[in-house]
Design a protein around this ligand. Structure first.
Ligand code: CAO
Length: 555
């Protein structure tokens, strides 16, 4: 038994890359080149492969820690020494043995002759177009051993994405590109140290190598036994990882999913468990498109996507605004956070449609003016709101679907036989929606007083919880503030909300001439699962008629 410490290899000069995922725990059996941790710098994320096989006996890092080249990661206890030349275990081993020979002995039969190492530059192969394409993913890290056919990078054009496979097996020495680069056929991608073998065990170089390379090093072995064994091991490892996914099972294990660092990063951003995805890339590798397809399908099918929240919706990226100028942070009040959550919940759950119309309130306004003296005598104020409420109660009575709610399972429509209307009130602390009960049974004067009373209570934060419950429908009036129209969000589980904007005098054609009329802009948003366009059209037309001729209110 020998203990080996695995350290961070050359990570392309990235200082202080953050450990974003631990892929192993103490006691785990790891194989050579199995990923141990995922590091993320500001430019890329990379999996750090093990340089030893055995049991993890010590984990020397934790998530969130920042590491640079040479930092120790784990200690592995191995029964058999591995090929890491610099590791203490190898140094302690027999001085006569060469590292390559040791690997060969441990793995399969020894190669007939020691293998020779050659450096090769891998270029962008023929991608079927001379146009540049975006390099969307680097799938390997410096120091990583790759087998022939392993994906090195992924490219994406307007039409497709494709992986560039390793044209031969070897070690990644240098990466010459970065994610987001624009590349075209013939551009250098990376330098690999390939293993060349005897002439009788050779195959031609892949077409991804340049003719110059081909002449200088005419052949790369895929038949060298040690290398073949290594490729075999890698394939087994990959197959083991993707097996449950390919079989259509949900492994639920993101870590064992076969995906590159960029895809893992994206999955984390989406809050997705990669173990639930099937990959369409070579050998079942999960590609970015697979993530996109999965999220799209899940949204359509209403499947709960994310174990970690977000419902599969990509988060809005965090921006350091202080980089652009002075900023000030203000913590949100509990009410503001609650309002935000309610709005988002309704917006995401309810398919909204908004329908617009204008009511001619010229006569209503004249009547309201006539009542001003009476209002003063009563010590109250008659704004358009009591009329808006009263007309709404009649329209709700005549269109009972707007006074309904869909049951939680979506199987039943629950009609409410009472008419309680919520009224959005703008307060310094945030938006509140107190509910006026039995609007249909109250007079304009009663409504006028109640509007003043509950709006005042809302602004003074004196509303009781039961005064904000039980609404069938909501009215949001911005008439006193201004604006020509807005699309209100349904206050679910209610199915409709009426947005009222500022009335103004406009020329209206009466069939013979233009006349100045006071027009009130209205916007009716509704839950399209319950209300169809015809229902909404009937409701709004009736409502407009009621406000335009308030005599109808008493019928
Ligand atoms: N068009 C033109 N003028 C209007 C109007 C309209 N649609 N509605 C009200 N007005 C006038 C009123 O007559 C009053 O004028 P005077 O002071 O000259 O009499 C003035 O605007 C102020 O009215 P008000 O807004 O105080 O009273 P209200 O009864 O119309 O509304 C309330 C009460 C509580 C609904 C309102 O104060 C309020 O808070 N509105 C905001 C609701 C809101 O934030 N909605 C958005 C929700 S979604 O984010």
């Amino acid at each position: 038994m020998a203990k080996q410490q695995v350290s961070v290899p050359d990570i392309g000069g990235a200082e202080g890359a953050e450990v974003i995922e631990l892929l192993v725990a103490v006691g785990d059996e790891v194989e050579l080149e199995q990923s141990l941790i995922v590091l993320e710098s500001d430019k890329a994320s990379m999996e750090i492969p093990s340089t030893a096989a055995g049991t993890v006996v010590e984990l020397l890092v934790s998530e969130g820690q920042e590491l640079s080249e040479g930092a120790p990661i784990v200690v592995i206890e191995s029964a058999v020494e591995t090929e890491q030349p610099a590791s203490p275990a190898i140094e302690e081993a027999s001085a006569e043995e060469q590292p390559e020979a040791k690997l060969d002995n441990a793995a399969v039969e020894p190669a007939s002759k020691p293998v020779e190492l050659q450096e090769r530059t891998v270029e962008v192969p023929d991608i079927g177009s001379d146009d540049p394409v975006e390099l969307i993913e680097i799938s390997v890290a410096v120091g990583e051993q790759v087998a022939e056919g392993d994906s090195l990078v992924a490219l994406e054009s307007d039409k497709a994405s494709m992986e560039v496979p390793a044209p031969f097996a070897g070690e990644v020495l240098k990466i010459l590109v970065a994610e987001g680069d624009s590349v075209k056929q013939g551009d250098d991608l990376m330098v690999l140290r390939a293993v060349a073998a005897e002439a009788d065990a050779t195959v031609p170089l892949s077409s991804a190598l340049t003719p110059a390379d081909s002449t200088a090093a005419p052949a790369i072995s895929t038949a060298a036994p040690a290398l073949a064994a290594k490729v075999e091991r890698q394939l087994e490892k990959v197959e083991k990882a993707i097996e449950p996914v390919v079989a259509g099972q949900q492994s639920g294990d993101s870590k064992s999913a076969y995906a590159g660092p960029a895809v893992r990063k994206l999955a984390r951003e989406f809050g997705l468990d990669l173990g639930k995805l099937s990959g369409t890339g070579p050998r079942g590798r999960i590609m970015k498109e697979d993530l996109h397809t999965f999220v799209q399908k899940s949204l359509k099918g209403g499947v709960a996507v994310a174990a970690t929240g977000g419902a599969g919706i990509p988060p809005i990226p965090e921006v350091d605004f202080s980089a652009f100028g002075e900023i000030e942070n203000e913590s949100l009040s509990k009410m503001a956070k609650l309002t935000a959550a309610n709005m988002q919940r309704s917006w995401l759950n309810v398919p909204h449609v908004t329908q617009f119309d204008d009511a001619d309130i010229t006569d209503l306004e004249a009547f309201r003016k006539d009542l001003k003296a009476e209002a003063d005598k009563r010590g109250t104020k008659l704004t358009p709101m009591p009329f808006i409420l009263k007309a709404c109660a009649v329209a709700l009575r005549d269109n009972p679907k707007f006074c309904s709610s869909l049951s939680g399972d979506g199987q039943t429509l629950i009609y409410k036989k009472y008419i309680h209307i919520g009224m959005a009130v703008d307060t310094p602390a945030g938006l509140l929606v107190p509910v006026i009960r039995d609007v249909d049974k109250k007079s304009l004067w009663e409504l006028a007083e109640e509007v003043i009373e509950i709006a005042g209570k809302a602004r003074d934060r004196k509303l009781r919880p039961d005064e904000m419950r039980g609404g069938c429908f909501t009215i949001s009036s911005l008439g006193g503030i201004g604006g020509r129209g807005f699309t209100p969000i349904v206050n679910a589980p209610e199915v409709g909300i009426l947005g009222v904007s500022k009335a103004d005098v406009r020329p209206v054609w009466n069939g013979e001439e233009f006349k100045p009329r006071k027009m009130l802009p209205l916007a009716l948003s509704y839950d399209h699962r319950v209300i169809n366009g015809g229902d909404a059209g009937r409701f709004l037309t009736r409502y407009v008629a009621l406000l335009s001729d308030i005599r109808l209110l008493v019928l």
